[in-house]
Design a protein around this ligand. Sequence first.
Ligand code: PEP
Length: 257
Amino acid sequence: MRRFLIAGNWKMNCGPKETSTLLQGIGEQLNGMPEKVDGLVCPPMISLTTASVELQDIEGIALGAQNVHFEDNGSYTGEVSTQMLNEVDSEYVIVGHSERRQYFGETDSTVEAKVTKSLDAELKPVICVGESLEQRKDNEHMLRVRKQVEAALVNVDDEDARNVVIAYEPIWAIGSGESATPEQAQEMHDMIRSVWADRFDDEAANSIRILYGGSMKPHNAEELLSQSDVDGGLIGGASLKADSFTDIIDIAAELSQ
Ligand code: PEP
C-alpha cells in the first residue's frame, strides 16, 4: 500500500522569518502528523536552514529544495549543489517544475542530469511533468508527458527508482484555480505507472508515488486523492497557509483509513 505524500511547493514565497511562522502554524494545526501520511515542504533556498531547525519539532514532515545544479561545485553563480542540500538536511528536491522549464531554460536534458545527480547524492527527486493547454487541445498530452518521464529516467537504475517521486502537473492547472478533473488525473497517472512497469518492473510500478499538482485545494483534494493512482499532491498556493495545507493532510489521512 502506497502512503500519501502531501508536498508543499512554496515557490518564491517565505523568507526565513515567514518560514518559521508558517511551520510553527502547521505544527500547531497538525498536533502530530497522521500516522499514514508523509509530509514535505519545499521552501526557497534561503529558508532551508531555518526550515530544517523548525522541522525538528514536527515529526513526519520532510524538507525539500525547489531546484539543484547538476555539477558538484564551481563557477555557477547563483546555483546550489546536492552536497549543500545534504548539509541542510534536505531529503527531497523538486526537479523540472514547469515554471523552471518555462522561465529558466530547464529542458528534458537538464532535468535528466539533475535527477541523476540528486540520486547519486541520496536526494529524492520529485520530477515534475505536465502538458500545456495547447498540447492537451491537440491531443498530444499523453505523448508529451510520456516523453518527459522517459527522458528523466535515462540513467535511473532499479535501485534508484525506489527513491523517485513523479508529480503530474498540467501547466494549465497550476495557479489557475482550475484543477484537472479526477478522471484526467487518473488517466495520466495510470499511463505514468505503466511507463514505470515497462522501464523497471511491476513491483517498482506499484511502489512509485505519483503526485498530482495544479490547483489542489481542500475543496477538491478528496476527489483527486481518491483516484487509485493518485498518491498525493504537490501543492502551491494552498501550501502557503497552515490551515489549508493541514486540511489536505487531514483529507489524505481520512482516505488512508
Ligand atoms: C505548483 O506550482 O506546483 C502548483 C501545483 O501550484 P498551485 O497548487 O498553486 O496550482
